[in-house]
Design a protein around this ligand. Structure first.
Ligand SMILES: *[C@@H]1O[C@H](CO)[C@@H](O)[C@H](O)[C@H]1NC(C)=O
Ligand SMILES: *[C@@H]1O[C@H](CO)[C@@H](O)[C@H](O)[C@H]1NC(C)=O
Ligand SMILES: *[C@@H]1O[C@H](CO)[C@@H](O)[C@H](O)[C@H]1NC(C)=O
Ligand SMILES: *[C@@H]1O[C@H](CO)[C@@H](O)[C@H](O)[C@H]1NC(C)=O
Ligand SMILES: *[C@@H]1O[C@H](CO)[C@@H](O)[C@H](O)[C@H]1NC(C)=O
Ligand SMILES: *[C@@H]1O[C@H](CO)[C@@H](O)[C@H](O)[C@H]1NC(C)=O
Length: 476
């Protein structure tokens, strides 16, 4: 559909605004009618997103967005830098514009940590399995997209993804509370260590599915199956309607389910299922197909009303979405787009929806001095300054970049594997020298436990919009 000409409705609005004293809204800046327009729009969106990044400036830390908020250094937690790296790895793959590859290479390598497992000492004390997982998934993506390899003396993309996977598969991270599953946080002293949530487990599931497909090593698939089965049995994936919930606490055997539904949980599961669908055969493949079909029905129902991305638990109330949540729409678009490559039967359902959603996304990018800044409220059709949600707007900008560049998915190579041209060198034993801070932080004291419980109660008592932030450490 061409969006380069003004629709009658738009004419009417403009005429109305011109004829009254209402301020005339900026005209739509981004065009996405043709492939060239999409590339040009993505190029400008990518440029504008880089303006939020300071990691390549002298004295700044490569790989991260300004933050973390707990240290009053900016709006963004560590994980979101990893998510941004992934967004540019896809940007390059989809548009073939290599302008930012050097910045991404530097950021991805700076944050690996000494054991090449995305547990850098600066962040291990507040590490969530999901935080580490997002960096690991960006490394996996670099391998799948055949992103240029790091220098030989540096850790390689596939090995980094394996390093993250192996640390998360390690017995130290698993216990029998709630019959299994990963905890949200890694260090026992962190608030949220007693929470077993969907995102931590979905990241691990997703990495397992993708490593299985890339390497054909069945061990990864076994873990992916186990993760799915756990999420299903504990009811975090609703067994009838396929709603995907946030998590529950170990002291309640994970039955106190927080039913907040965040879009990225469902989309990350669907993406992982699509890789398992592609990796498996026969009856097993049919099982994964059924899961994809049902998750997709749920995703359309809950997160794409009118076919436009909508962050269900918080978008209805301005100021209720956290900086984390304000970035979820972009991941949803990217993951659904890639799902159409590895599970092509989803194409006709997904691609028209992403198109409509992206048209809404660019329509509201009319803010700021440039007249092209993006906000978060896609379905409202007008720019709302990210200041209403107390952020500088990096997540909002990143989401629109992701949506626009993902429109090029049909012309992009599908994720590579070891057998189909993958060029990344792996190491099945990556991460085996890693150690969780669990050993170094000392025993958990009763005071810590009480502190965590009190904070949990405070959190439980507060609004739903407060849920599912990441990387909030106890006691800073
Ligand atoms: C950081 O990277 C951006 C994007 O490539 C570039 O425009 C900018 O000049 C770089 N800044 C420094 C200080 O190198
Ligand atoms: C850790 O923090 C220090 C001080 O801010 C910084 O110089 C260094 O680059 C950081 N390292 C990583 C891997 O982020
Ligand atoms: C905990 O929940 C699981 C289902 O997730 C159930 O099989 C198990 O029996 C429960 N354990 C206790 C102690 O209630
Ligand atoms: C698996 O993915 C490839 C793309 O890598 C695709 O061509 C193929 O059709 C997929 N397999 C199935 C069964 O859909
Ligand atoms: C693919 O995997 C095999 C077996 O693990 C290995 O020998 C080969 O080098 C890999 N190929 C590439 C391109 O990584
Ligand atoms: C498969 O992956 C597992 C888990 O990381 C590893 O222990 C094993 O060595 C791998 N097998 C091969 C053939 O690479």
């Amino acid at each position: 559909m061409l969006s380069s000409t003004m629709s009658p409705a738009r004419w009417f609005t403009v005429a109305l605004a011109a004829g009254s004293s209402l301020p005339l809204a900026n005209a739509q800046y981004y065009k996405i009618g043709t492939k060239d327009e999409i590339k040009e729009s993505a190029r400008t969106l990518a440029y504008d997103l880089m303006l939020f990044y300071e990691g390549n400036k002298t004295g700044q830390v490569p790989g991260i967005l300004p933050g973390p908020p707990t240290e009053h250094k900016g709006d963004y937690y560590w994980w979101e830098g990893g998510a941004m790296m992934g967004t540019y790895i896809d940007y390059w793959h989809l548009t073939r514009d290599p302008s930012y590859n050097h910045v991404i290479m530097e950021g991805m390598l700076h944050q690996t940590g000494p054991n090449a497992d995305y547990m850098p000492p600066n962040h291990t004390a507040s590490l969530g399995n999901d935080d580490q997982g997002f960096w690991g998934m960006s490394a996996m993506l670099a391998a799948e997209n055949k992103f240029p390899n790091p220098p030989d003396d540096k850790p390689q993309w596939l090995a980094l993804a394996q390093g993250v996977f192996n640390t998360q598969a390690h017995p130290d991270r698993h216990d029998n509370t709630c019959n299994g599953g990963l905890r949200w946080q890694v260090p026992p002293t962190n608030m949220g260590y007693n929470y077993k949530n969907t995102i931590a487990n979905a990241c691990f599931f997703n990495l397992g599915a993708r490593l299985a497909r890339y390497t054909q090593n069945e061990t990864y698939a076994t873990w992916a199956n186990k993760q799915w089965d756990w999420l299903w049995s504990v009811g975090y994936i609703d067994n009838e309607e396929y709603r995907v919930y946030d998590g529950g606490h170990v002291e309640h055997n994970c039955t106190d389910i927080n039913k907040a539904q965040f879009s990225y949980n469902a989309a990350l599961l669907l993406h992982g299922c699509a890789f398992m669908y592609n990796y498996t055969e026969g009856a097993a493949r049919d099982v994964w197909k059924d899961r994809i079909d049902k998750l997709l029905v749920g995703i359309k129902r809950d997160f794409f009303p009118e076919n436009i991305a909508y962050e269900l638990p918080c978008e209805g109330r301005k100021g209720a979405c956290t900086a984390d949540m304000l970035s979820f729409k972009g991941y949803v678009h990217r993951w659904l787009a890639v799902a159409t490559q590895v599970a092509p039967f989803t194409r006709d359902e997904i691609l028209p929806m992403l198109r409509t959603s992206t048209e809404a996304a660019v329509k509201q990018c009319t803010g700021g001095d440039t007249g092209r800044r993006c906000g978060f409220y896609w379905s409202e059709g007008v720019f709302v300054d990210p200041a209403v949600d107390k952020t500088s707007g990096a997540g909002e900008q990143m989401s629109v970049l992701a949506a626009v560049s993902s429109l090029l998915i049909e012309d992009a190579d599908p994720p590579a594997t070891n057998l189909t041209g993958g060029i990344s060198r792996g190491d099945p034993n990556a991460g085996s020298r890693s150690r969780d801070t669990i050993d170094t932080l000392g025993p958990i004291t009763t005071a810590d436990r009480a502190g965590a419980a009190i904070l949990t109660i405070l959190v439980l008592g507060s609004s739903i919009g407060m849920w599912s932030w990441m990387s909030i450490s106890l006691g800073d």
